[in-house]
Design a binder for this molecule. Structure first.
Ligand SMILES: NC(=O)c1ccc[n+]([C@@H]2O[C@H](COP(=O)([O-])OP(=O)(O)OC[C@H]3O[C@@H](n4cnc5c(N)ncnc54)[C@H](OP(=O)(O)O)[C@@H]3O)[C@@H](O)[C@H]2O)c1
Length: 365
């Protein structure tokens, strides 16, 4: 957006996908929303789009992701991490000009109804959010966010949430001494979440990170230097049959079966996190080895808040994030684009798994 333009003259615009066929998309235009008393209007500056957002569509019904930004029946607004500015406020504690990191629709505007407001967070208490994960209702003003750095904005959009999951997943496994295993086998090794996990496993230093990936992404994954070994999905049988834990970012029944059949009883734990291969069926029925268990990051946050205290947990997370960001400058290639056609292209490429894994797409509408 041109800063000299009046932001309120800007028309409303939102990107929606068909809830039963995510390849189907449309842009919905409309006036900039009016505010009731106590509300805040954000103008979304830019947002990141990765496979993680496609998982929100996959879990749209089961985990409620379609309910964050309600729209016409049959259509859905997939949530994304973005930065946005308050351009109008009828809430006494929220000033116009406040810039916040948070969960937005792929749209130009979002209206929220703040409940709790502090220098560190503005929490949307809109009734349609009732029962949804509280973490997604938090909008973090850049001025009260210890992790914020202007030069890191794109990395924050692309990887902050993903890194946090991987930090907690490694911590969860390390806390149990990786169940006695010394190898962590990670699928969709080229995904940003897996890259962050491999980085953390290496930092913790008690296990080796082994990446599983597709042929087109193998060279990129090897060049990262974060994995001790990288094999293709059809080379799983070449791995040593020693005790291992599997962290599954792909959610692909065929990959899960190959890992379980190869390691058998040597597989100590199957930690299901992602579903990048969303069009493949997730299936683990009748396989040897442990039953997959979904990783629940909030439980690890609760545990470490008790063990270390919330302040120490935040400090550790912030320190680890800074290290990861510094190390990511060498591989992450931020690709910024603007407008409807760019969003449509980035979305369809992300959905189909056609994006280059080094690219981190940031889009503005
Ligand atoms: N449960 C949680 O709390 C949580 C939190 C964060 C992330 N996650 C999950 O972690 C996963 C990774 O997310 P990300 O944002 O880090 O991903 P990303 O960086 O966008 O990952 C891209 C990679 O995923 C694979 N991929 C993506 N789309 C595909 C498709 N249509 N067909 C086949 N392969 C495809 C490819 O890897 P390969 O060729 O290497 O397979 C591709 O290089 C997501 O499923 C996300 O939901 C879960």
């Amino acid at each position: 957006m041109n800063p000299n333009e009046d932001p309120l003259a800007d028309e409303g615009l939102a990107f929606e996908v068909g809830r039963s066929d995510w390849k189907q998309t449309r842009f919905v235009e409309g006036p900039v929303p009016d505010l009731a008393p106590g509300q805040v209007l954000f103008r979304v500056d830019r947002f990141a789009l990765t496979a993680n957002n496609i998982s929100y569509a996959l879990s749209g019904d089961s985990l409620g992701y379609w309910r964050f930004f309600p729209c016409e029946a049959g259509w859905g607004r997939i949530p994304v991490m973005g930065f946005a500015e308050v351009i109008r406020s009828t809430h006494p504690e929220v000033a116009e000009g406040t810039r916040c990191f948070g969960f937005y629709p792929m749209a130009r505007h979002l209206v929220i109804q703040p409940g709790i407001v502090s220098p560190a967070q503005i929490v949307d208490a809109a009734p349609h959010r009732a029962g949804l994960a509280p973490v997604y209702a938090q909008y973090l003003p850049t001025t009260g966010d210890a992790v914020y750095a202007e030069r890191r904005e794109d990395a924050i959009l692309l990887m902050r949430g993903l890194f946090m999951t991987s930090f907690l997943a490694d911590d969860f496994l390390a806390d149990q001494d990786y169940r006695g295993a010394r190898s962590v086998v990670i699928s969709s090794a080229s995904s940003k979440t897996s890259i962050a996990l491999a980085f953390q496993v290496k930092q913790t230093g008690h296990a080796r990170a082994i990446g599983l990936t597709s042929a087109r992404n193998a060279e990129f994954v090897r060049a990262l230097g974060f994995y001790d070994r990288v094999v293709l999905y059809d080379e799983i049988a070449s791995l040593a049959q020693e005790p291992a834990v599997f962290v599954d970012m792909a959610g692909d029944g065929a990959v899960t079966a190959a890992v379980h059949r190869h390691f058998g009883d040597a597989l100590q734990y199957d930690c299901a996190i992602g579903a990048t291969h969303w069009s493949a069926a997730r299936n683990s029925a009748g396989l040897p080895g442990p039953k997959p268990e979904f990783f629940f990051a909030p439980a690890q946050i609760v545990k470490r808040s008790k063990d270390w205290g919330p302040q120490r947990l935040s400090e550790r997370l912030a320190a680890a994030w800074t290290k990861f960001c510094d190390a990511s400058d060498a591989w992450l290639h931020v690709v910024r684009s603007d407008g409807r056609a760019a969003l449509e292209r980035v979305y369809q490429d992300t959905l189909a798994g056609r994006t280059d894994p080094a690219d981190g797409h940031i889009v503005s509408l």
